[in-house]
Each structure stands twice: as structure tokens, then as C-alpha cells.
Design a protein around this ligand. Structure first.
Ligand SMILES: [Zn+2]
Length: 234
């Protein structure tokens, strides 16, 4: 998968460690592909009930010391069973740690707009930079994040026939826009239903570029630059 991404022109991949165990494995993959694969570490909102600050925050810190480039995925997902109060506590703690470690936060948000707006606004004003990843929420939440200097990232969902919110794809300024695979999930059309992989992110780039009325190659170069700046890649 890494080779196929390289062959299609990828200059780097960010492999998400959405748990401490996943982050360690992602870190091992990154170590085998220095300067090409990077990894992240965080506790996903699905796992918020088992989040233990005194154990997990030092573990996240240690993974960042080993080279993780971002904190996440973290966030809020109120379609999921994990207790909302635990989700808020886990998310807030990781946003604080991101600021302290001067790493960006990768934020998953679903069916939790008001709480996400509050926590992102507070964290952004305090100096945490982050991205609303795989974003499908409202324009107003996206704008609230942009207002505190955050980024917004779109995935293969925007290529699906049921996607109608092209205004959202145009809302994000050129310098705050990211495009992601979210692999192995959400393979873009025409690969929909398959196990997604990084090489196919170009289909999503093309769809976002069409909505914005610009050239896909130019948008791809721009979002790649944004990703390098956001993640602090070499
Ligand atoms: Zn997510």
C-alpha cells in the first residue's frame, strides 16, 4: 500500500494511531519508512470510557517523544456509546496536551456540534492548532474552527452521490484545507466499497477541486503543502 501511494506521487503518509496500541504499531511502520511515513497517537472517543489520564497522558507524551507528529484521533462522537462526560474529559485533556507538546490535534466530531464548538474554540484561543478530520458537519462549526486558526479536512465521503454540501467544500480557505484518505474506511468513488488506501486520495482531491472550480493538480499541491505545514513534516 505504501509503495502504491509512492507510485501515484505521494510524498508522505500520515498513519493514524487512534489508540496507544495502534500508535505503537504505526510508529513501527513509520520507523521502517523514515521521512515518508509519519504517525500519530491519541485516544479515540470510542475508547473514552477506558481513558485514564494518569496512565494515558504520559503514554501519549512518550509516543510523541518517539516521533508521533500529532495528537489524535481524539474528539467527540455522540452516536457512540461511550459516556459523554468521559468523552469530553478525554478530548479536553488531549487538546491541552497538544498545546503543551506543540503538536497539532486531529479531531473526530460526530453528532456533537455544540460541545465540539465549545472545546475547539477554547483550545484554539489557548493556542492549540487542530483539524476537523473527515468533516461532514455544519458550516457554522467549520467556521468556528477556522476562526481560531484550525484546519478542515475532507475524505472520500464528498465523492459519494448523496453528498450535496459543495458550499462547505468552498468555505474553507486555500491555506486551511486538507484532504485525507481516512483509509481503510470510506474509499472514494469509483473505489467505493473496497478497502480504502492512500493512493486513492486523488479522487477526493479531484472532487473538492471541481467544487471549488480549480485544477485538481493545483489543489493537490496546495493541500500537500498545507499538510506539511500542519504536521510539521520535513
Ligand atoms: Zn474519525
Amino acid at each position: 500500500m505504501i509503495e502504491r501511494a509512492r507510485l501515484t506521487g505521494a510524498s508522505a503518509l500520515v498513519c493514524i494511531g487512534e489508540s496507544l496500541v495502534a500508535a505503537r504499531r504505526a510508529g513501527e511502520i513509520a520507523a521502517r519508512h523514515p521521512g515518508f511515513v509519519y504517525h500519530t497517537v491519541g485516544v479515540h472517543p470510542y475508547d473514552a470510557d477506558s481513558f485514564e489520564p494518569s496512565r494515558d497522558l504520559p503514554a501519549i507524551r512518550a509516543e510523541v517523544k518517539r516521533g508521533a507528529v500529532a495528537i489524535g484521533e481524539c474528539g467527540l462522537d455522540f452516536t457512540y456509546d461511550a459516556t459523554r462526560e468521559r468523552q469530553r474529559a478525554s478530548f479536553a485533556a488531549q487538546l491541552d496536551l497538544a498545546r503543551e507538546l506543540e503538536r497539532p490535534a486531529i479531531v473526530h466530531t460526530r453528532a456533537a456540534e455544540d460541545d465540539t464548538r465549545d472545546l475547539v474554540t477554547e483550545a484554539g484561543k489557548a493556542g492549540t492548532v487542530g483539524v476537523l478530520h473527515c468533516y461532514t458537519g455544519s458550516a457554522s462549526l467549520a467556521q468556528a474552527a477556522l476562526d481560531v486558526g484550525w484546519y478542515v479536512s475532507f475524505s472520500g465521503i464528498v465523492t459519494f452521490r448523496k453528498w450535496t454540501d459543495d458550499a462547505l467544500l468552498r468555505l474553507v480557505p486555500d491555506d486551511r484545507l486538507l484532504v485525507e484518505s481516512d483509509a481503510p474506511y470510506l474509499a472514494p468513488v469509483p473505489m467505493r466499497g473496497k478497502r480504502n488506501e492512500s493512493a486513492w486520495v486523488s479522487f477526493t482531491v479531484a472532487r473538492v477541486a471541481a467544487a471549488r472550480g480549480i485544477d485538481a493538480a493545483a489543489l493537490g499541491a496546495r493541500t500537500a503543502d498545507n499538510a506539511r505545514r500542519f504536521f510539521g513534516l520535513a
